[in-house]
Design a protein around this ligand. Structure first.
Ligand SMILES: *[C@@H]1O[C@H](CO)[C@@H](O)[C@H](O)[C@H]1NC(C)=O
Ligand SMILES: *[C@@H]1O[C@H](CO)[C@@H](O)[C@H](O)[C@H]1NC(C)=O
Ligand SMILES: *[C@@H]1O[C@H](CO)[C@@H](O)[C@H](O)[C@H]1NC(C)=O
Length: 526
């Protein structure tokens, strides 16, 4: 094909797809006002055309009388304040003085925790019940959940039900919501090794995650390029392995802050210490940890994975993971295990972590290479080609799995790639029917898929572009993992997501636009 012809064809393709997108967009815009902009869409919702007002002078979020949680539950107190601010934002100043209620007002949201232990001081885990029931009526709305984790999800939904009328007054319709997540593991992977990520940008993304009901922060904290995690036991690791020993590290108190900030939003923090490959930066601070490479019979000066021959490697790993297991409260540690030759030592590492009483997650290669895994291991499927077959194999062998292969958000392209992420159906893989008699049935296999993760690897990402690159593209994954399987209408998703993106912008998250349009409250820049 001549270059000219190719150019004309390219032009044609771009024009045609633009027309299609634009037509779609116009069709959607007309519906915009009477659609609810809930994201991710709740499992069950019934809304009516009866609307109430919500004013900052008279509205409050309170503990229900029957609730097992009270003012001493700082997690909820904190969330009440946060959602009050989200709802009223900059309206607060103008309207604060107006104490008089409207004729039909919702004056309070009562939060009712029903189980005897609200888990105020606990951590969310894989078994956490995140379900909630929300009933909005006059004069009181009631949010009912077994524990604080469900209440957090319900508070987000309540805040999303509130919409501004043409006079900038907050309205909410009479609504009943009954909601729970489809999958219990809904994660975001951020990579703080290829580029250092400031605490500020990490916390901002935990905020955005909560707005999208994500509940796992997979912190790919160290890797070949740098080792920013400051270890108390082995301070040389970050002193020599970080990009800078003081400015580009996460101190123990930084890490504590991330974990607590996440906890307050119902988010687990699962750190990944990728081994035995992807450990170049570890070698800077730990002499003899890595296998020296040879060219001919003399050392070439470069290093391979963790040296499996030396006992000192195992002694180091034992002490190191002992520390990690006390720093991170989650029951799981991610051990990586991707892109490495498995002829050596992975099973020893797994034993070391098992001894700390933690469970582990691993990348799929560990399973593919036939390493003996504990039955509670979570295998992360990330290789795109033959993804269905891999899910079939992993679950066929009885292992729990999460999916990230279709959701590598560091791969960017022109247009609305969120739609591609949105259209993925995680359970769309065949069971091992040929071996049905000896192996678990398809349904049993599908139950082993506990969720997925959107991954934003850091080759081309640092604090300057992380947030707009991640949001709202990751929101597509959030809805896929939370909402019912039948929620697949891309047009409807577009309408809601465009508004959800504006809502994130209004709350200070610089989420990029889906397409042509505007937000009532635009991002004002830094
Ligand atoms: C909310 O109520 C208003 C009228 O009060 C109605 O026009 C609108 O369609 C309702 N929205 C929903 C989602 O029910
Ligand atoms: C490593 O430890 C084992 C048992 O603890 C011991 O038998 C072996 O000699 C040690 N090897 C080296 C190279 O120190
Ligand atoms: C799945 O298992 C089969 C049988 O062991 C194997 O031949 C195939 O290569 C595996 N598929 C993948 C994607 O690893």
């Amino acid at each position: 094909m001549s270059a000219q012809l190719r150019f004309v064809l390219l032009l044609l393709t771009v024009t045609v797809s633009q027309c299609w997108l634009f037509g779609d967009f116009l069709g959607i815009k007309e519906k915009e006002l009477d659609e609810l902009a809930l994201w991710p869409l709740p499992q069950k919702i019934q809304s009516s055309a009866v609307s109430f007002k919500l004013s900052p002078g008279s509205f409050q979020i309170t503990h229900a009388k029957q609730s097992s949680a009270g003012p001493s539950c700082s997690l909820l107190e904190n969330a009440f304040r946060r959602y009050f601010e989200y709802i009223f934002g900059d309206l607060k100043r103008q309207e604060k003085s107006r104490k008089k209620a409207f004729d039909s007002d919702v004056v309070e949201l009562q939060v009712w925790i029903t189980s005897s232990d609200p888990e105020c001081d606990g951590y969310p885990n894989l078994q956490t019940d995140e379900s909630y029931q929300l009933s909005v009526d006059e004069p009181s709305a009631v949010l009912k959940a077994a524990n604080v984790w469900g209440a957090l999800r319900g508070l987000e939904t309540f805040s999303q039900l509130v919409y501004e009328d043409n006079y900038g007054v907050n309205n909410i319709n009479k609504t009943d919501v009954s909601d729970f997540p489809r999958f219990p593991h809904r994660g975001i992977l951020l990579d703080s090794s290829r580029h250092f990520l400031s605490l500020k940008v990490i916390l901002a993304n935990l905020e955005a995650m909560a707005m999208n009901k994500f509940n796992v922060f997979h912190w790919h904290i160290v890797d070949d390029p740098s080792f920013p995690f400051m270890s108390r036991t082995f301070p040389e690791l970050s002193q020599k392995g970080a990009y800078h020993p003081f400015t580009h590290v996460y101190t123990p108190s930084d890490v504590k802050m991330v974990i607590e900030f996440a906890r307050m939003r119902g988010i687990r923090v699962i750190p990944e210490f990728d081994t035995p490959g992807h450990t170049q930066s570890w070698g800077n601070g730990m002499k003899d940890l890595l296998t020296p490479c040879f060219s001919g019979s003399s050392p070439s000066g470069s290093f391979g994975p963790v040296n499996p021959i030396l006992n000192s490697s195992y002694e180091f790993m034992t002490q190191f993971f002992k520390e990690i297991s006390t720093v991170f409260p989650d029951a799981y540690i991610h051990l990586g295990g991707d892109e490495v030759d498995f002829s050596c030592c992975v099973h020893v590492l797994l034993d070391i972590v098992t001894a700390t009483k933690k469970g582990y997650m691993v990348w799929q290669e560990v399973f593919d290479n036939g390493v003996k895994l504990k039955s509670d291991t979570v295998v992360e499927v990330w290789i795109g080609n033959k993804m269905e077959e891999e899910l079939q194999n992993v679950t066929g062998a009885g292992f729990t799995t999460i999916l990230s292969a279709p959701w590598y958000l560091d791969w960017i392209s022109y247009g609305q790639d969120w739609q591609r992420y949105y259209k993925v159906e995680p359970l769309n893989f065949p069971g091992q029917f040929l071996r049905l008699i000896f192996f678990p049935s398809t349904d049993t296999q599908k139950k082993l898929v506990i969720g997925g993760e959107a991954c934003l690897w850091g080759e081309y990402v640092d604090a300057t572009n992380l947030t707009p690159r991640l949001w709202p593209r990751a929101s597509a994954v959030a809805e896929r993992l939370w909402s019912d399987k039948s929620v697949t209408d891309v047009g409807n998703a577009y309408t809601r997501l465009a508004q959800h993106r504006c809502r994130m912008v209004k709350r200070g998250i610089p989420a990029e636009p889906l397409f042509v349009g505007h937000c009532r409250h635009e991002y004002k820049g830094l």
